[in-house]
Design a binder for this molecule. Sequence first.
Ligand SMILES: [Zn+2]
Ligand SMILES: [Zn+2]
Length: 102
Amino acid sequence: MLELRPNCELCDKDLPPRAPDARICTYECTFCAACVEEVLRGVCPNCGGDFQPRPIRPERAWRDGTGLVNDPAGTRRRHTSYSREEIEAFSERLIGTPPAER
Ligand SMILES: [Zn+2]
Ligand SMILES: [Zn+2]
């Protein structure tokens, strides 16, 4: 099950389950859209993959055992261990290579 992380790893903005600007990579690394566009330039600093909008998990259980009422969002806030300089250098290296060719 996808872990709905509570914040942007870079700027620490709150990203609750319904946030329309949450972005994730395949490892569930989570950032806000502004950081992805302006700082990361679409490159995940942790794995080098790309980002997609995070899907919204419904509040209620439309099917048994589903929804935020059964599977609530995560609460552990994460913060990337890379410096701004390291992140920018990493993005610079990978930005020219399409995700499917990385
Ligand atoms: Zn951010
Ligand atoms: Zn990642």
